[in-house]
Design a protein around this ligand. Structure first.
Ligand code: PMP
Length: 464
């Protein structure tokens, strides 16, 4: 079993400059006094990172953590990977301008070449790219504007459980927001299937509902400019879409000339076991929304789309920070490293193994309701087996309700054991693992060890 203070194997090996618990406490205190009430990760993770390498983060107090948050899925290669640092240093040493708006540069040219080399062939042959920067939400906005301009329609098809960002349009497309232009469709879920059946049958019913809305002249649905979906919902609680359902969505939209937007902000760059998550199903979307890992830990966001959609006017989607040269260099290096080292396949293999081992946790603890994921996007849903589901819960009849307090306790216990995890899902009751794709077998074992220990401890405290 792991111990709180035990340092994980591997770098960083250098001792902290001044392991200082008092300084850390002071910084945290000032943070709570000076930063916004809207801060998020900082609340659940009261640490002050001062050094990081690979999967390891070191706090100002000298404690080390295995990082399974990875900058919310940004760090495909972990923290400060040598190829990323080298790419950044090369740009700095070359005296290239760092801010160039959307002008052409050799750095950008190389990034686009590397990005296009990774795309599904059918899209790469006819791809256009728009730099949106700096964040994923900017790229979602651009994608929505692109399809609305190209189709002349205004409506949007989006899914339950979706998360696309925090700017106005992206927020409207996300579940939890209401917008008259957005038609909310059921995203297939195995565990909490809205139709109470789960599996292929649940996905089939979800697809049928979508088709009936599209074809019913009295569905009340505004004419859709596009459909936006995540191949695996991340923030929604790690819900992988079945491949067959994705193919249905592709066919339904293609048959009706509705552009399909795949939001791969979180699933992209090998995370799910394929370079792009759409590749599992073989579908080719009309628009790909990309951010997070494509910037190699620095802010970068793009939309890639088929050339016939490229009918918007010059300046239709502008912005000052679209030319981040350091991010493009770091991103190109990351894309190349993932491709050349087969890290997507590696993520698929090690993720499947971890998922298998986590099933054992579900078998041991009734409070582990479900374990699911794809590649290195893994979720463990905590439930309360002793509480009857309330009729307003989204649980399938007989299924235990979500247990957000228990999930938060597991997250705290993980942190005590030197493991950083994220929470997500409808009731923040899903413990999420997003380790870097460079995760070693030993690190995977340590993650599972600490998580199992944390679940055991939290379950004991929770149920007495
Ligand atoms: N789309 C998806 C699928 C995401 O997971 C996120 C962020 N978690 C976003 C869009 C928004 O990205 P950002 O936070 O960089 O704006």
């Amino acid at each position: 079993m792991s111990v709180t203070e035990q340092a994980p194997a591997g770098p960083p090996t250098a001792p902290p400059a001044s392991p200082d618990g008092a300084a850390q406490e002071a910084i945290l205190r000032r943070q709570s006094l000076r930063e916004s009430a809207a801060r998020t990760y900082a609340r659940a993770l009261p640490i002050v990172p001062v050094r990081a390498r690979g999967m390891t983060i070191e706090g100002a107090d000298g404690r080390r953590y295995l990082d399974c948050l990875s900058g919310a899925g940004t760090l495909a290669l972990g923290h400060n990977h040598p190829v990323v640092l080298e790419a950044i240093r090369k740009v700095l040493d070359s005296e290239a301008p760092l801010q160039v708006l959307d002008l052409a540069t050799p750095v950008k040219d190389a990034f686009i070449t590397e990005l296009f080399a990774t795309l599904p062939g059918e899209l790469a042959d006819r791809a256009r790219v728009q730099f949106c920067g700096p964040a994923g939400t900017d790229a979602v906005e651009a994608a929505l504007k692109l399809v609305r301009t190209a189709t002349g329609r205004d409506g949007l098809l989006a899914f339950t459980g979706a998360y696309h960002g925090m700017t106005a349009g992206a927020l409207e497309a996300s579940a939890g927001a209401r917008d008259v232009r957005v038609t909310r469709l059921p995203y297939p879920q195995d565990y909490r299937c809205p139709f109470g059946v789960g599996g292929e049958r649940g996905a089939e019913l979800a697809a049928r509902w979508t088709q009936s809305l599209l074809d019913d002249p009295k569905s009340g649905m505004p004419a859709p400019a596009g459909m936006i979906l995540e191949p695996v919902q991340g923030e929604g609680g790690v819900n992988p879409a079945p491949d067959r359902w994705l193919r249905r969505m592709r066919k339904l939209t293609a048959d009706r000339s509705i552009p399909l937007i795949a939001d791969e902000v979180q699933t992209g760059v090998g995370r799910t076991g394929a370079f792009w998550a759409v590749e599992h199903s073989g579908i080719v979307p009309d628009v790909l929304v990309l951010s997070k890992a494509i910037g190699g830990s620095l802010p970068l966001a793009v939309v890639v789309y088929r050339d016939d959609l490229d009918v918007w006017e010059p300046g239709a989607h502008a912005g000052t920070f679209r030319g981040n040269q350091l991010a493009m260099a770091a991103g190109a290096a990351t894309l190349a490293y993932v491709r050349e080292n087969g890290l997507a396949e590696r993520a698929g293999l090690i993720g499947a193994r971890m998922l298998g081992q986590l099933q054992g946790l579900a078998a041991t603890y009734p409070c582990v309701g479900d374990v699911r994921g794809r590649g290195l996007m893994i979720g463990v849903e905590l439930v309360d087996p002793l509480r009857e589901p309330a009729c307003h819960d989204d649980a399938v009849p007989g299924q235990p309700p979500a247990a957000p307090a228990l999930a938060a306790a597991v997250q705290r216990e993980c942190l005590r054991r030197g493991l950083i995890v994220e929470l997500g899902g409808r009731h923040s009751s899903v413990v999420r693992l997003l380790p870097p794709l460079t995760l070693t077998d030993e690190q995977a074992a340590a993650v599972l060890d600490r998580l199992a220990d944390a679940v055991a401890s939290a379950a004991r405290d929770h149920h007495g």
